[in-house]
Design a protein around this ligand. Structure first.
Ligand code: SF4
Length: 438
């Protein structure tokens, strides 16, 4: 798979709500305008990082949009469709397919729902990789005749404010490789993946966008838009503009451009469709993305950042955790203790009865005096952070609920065990050894 030449096309289609007819009509019209060749074995990659009716209802690709696409691509040219996804770290994709309502797609359209962690994989070398020398990827994705990305348009404080097509690719990795250098190198990591997992078509769910908070729990805003694009970078450059973000501030877009992906410039994109950019931007004006430095988040915690500052790592994940409280349990923010929180390595001399240290760099700080409450990891996963913050501060994140604890600590390990038991010992499917080795 390789990058397409310019001019790239991005099609903005009106879609007032998630009713089946409305979505199918908008996508069908968009597909006709785009006229992208869709054939053979099709693989769809949606965003199901997390879906939950009460706590995370707005930040995943809705099944109605996938159903609309399936209606649009039906025909003799398509021999089969698989939906491949890996939900957030420590979360079972099998469960997320159910929580997000995707089982209806399997029943109605006969598509395969494929949790990436349970799929057969192949290790692919990356000659030009900056972070990875190789990646373990889904065989179905690699062998697809047509790969279609279906992101949710939303803000994400781990990715300079924008989650769209390029960031979606993090969900092409299993947990171990996903967290490897999910730090200040996240932008280059995203481009490494793009170099081998490159979609022919992007169809984005922006009927309701999710903005202003944690990437999983943030609130929805009606926008009434479906975006189709034949180039993922063009898609993201336009998406940034629609959310009033400057592409120059979005590290992974700039990294992709530096490494030769096109278009390098928004002027090289042809914008088509029936929903004018200006009208969309008028609707998104004033909607916050939640992007800020973590020290600026208002709470009783006294947050201090050392080095490095990892937007995609410790600082970003802690900011995301704070946003999660604000999104779904804002009253709990005031219950946080007034203690210093150190993120990144610091040379400062800090004395306090208790200090909270987030991540391996903070733990390496030498001049901290007091009881050290440490949360290790580079970076810690959301799951670890939620658990450790509950134990150390007694402030529970909204995800601390019986049904989600059951999913994370019973269903997930059980399905992993099941997979290990059933796994074929095929070439390239081994997970022994460091994930970054070739
Ligand atoms: S431990 Fe945290 S701050 Fe240090 S490099 Fe890793 S992600 Fe960045």
């Amino acid at each position: 798979m390789s990058a397409k030449a310019v001019p790239a096309r991005v099609c903005l289609m009106r879609c007032s709500d998630y009713s089946e007819n409305e979505v199918a009509k908008a996508i069908l019209k968009g597909l006709k305008i785009m006229n992208t060749e869709i054939h053979g074995r099709v693989v769809i990659k949606p965003n199901l990082v997390f879906a939950h009716a009460q706590k995370a209802p707005s930040a995943y690709t809705r099944p109605e949009v996938v159903a609309g696409l399936l209606e649009g691509i039906r025909g003799p040219d398509v021999s089969g469709v698989s939906i491949v996804e890996k939900s957030g770290v420590g979360v079972s994709t099998h469960v997320m397919f159910r929580r997000a309502g995707y089982r209806m797609l399997a029943e109605r359209y006969g598509v395969d729902l494929c949790p990436l962690e349970e799929e057969e994989k192949r290790r692919v070398p990356l000659e030009q990789g900056r972070v990875h020398q190789s990646l373990l990827l889904s065989k179905k994705m690699l062998e697809a005749d047509t790969l279609i990305f279906m992101p949710k348009l939303k803000s994400n404080v781990l990715a300079h404010g924008l989650t769209a097509a390029l960031k979606l690719n993090i969900g092409s990795l299993d947990d171990r490789e996903r967290m490897w250098h999910h730090d200040h190198l996240l932008d280059e990591k995203i481009v490494d993946i793009l170099s081998v997992v490159y979609p022919q078509l992007v169809v984005s769910d922006a009927v309701e966008i999710a903005m202003g908070g944690n990437q999983m729990t943030e609130h929805g805003h009606a926008l009434g838009l479906i975006i189709l694009a034949d180039n993922p970078l063009a898609h993201d450059l336009v998406a940034a503009r629609l959310l009033h973000l400057d592409p120059a501030d979005i590290g992974h877009l700039q990294a992709a451009i530096r490494r030769g992906f096109t278009p390098a410039n928004p002027d090289e994109i042809e914008i088509i469709g029936d929903y004018p950019v200006e009208e969309i931007m008028a609707k998104t004006a004033g909607i916050a993305t939640g992007m800020m430095r973590v020290e600026e988040f208002a709470s009783p915690l006294k947050i201090r950042c050392g080095t490095p500052y990892c937007t995609g790592g410790c600082q970003g994940i802690f900011l995301d955790w704070l946003h999660m409280l604000k999104d779904r349990s804002p009253e709990r923010l005031g219950r946080l203790p007034e203690i210093p929180v150190i993120i990144g390595q610091t040379e400062e001399e800090i004395t306090a009865p208790r200090l909270l240290l987030i991540g391996d760099c903070a733990i390496r700080s030498l001049h901290l005096h007091g009881k050290r409450l440490e949360i290790a990891g580079c970076p810690p996963t959301h799951r670890d952070l939620i658990l450790q913050m509950a134990l150390k501060t007694r402030v529970l994140a909204p995800f601390v609920r019986a049904d989600l604890i059951w999913d994370a600590y019973a269903i997930y390990p059980w399905r992993k065990w099941l997979k290990r038991r059933n796994r074929h010992q095929g070439e390239g499917d081994a997970t022994e050894g460091p994930p970054w080795s070739s």
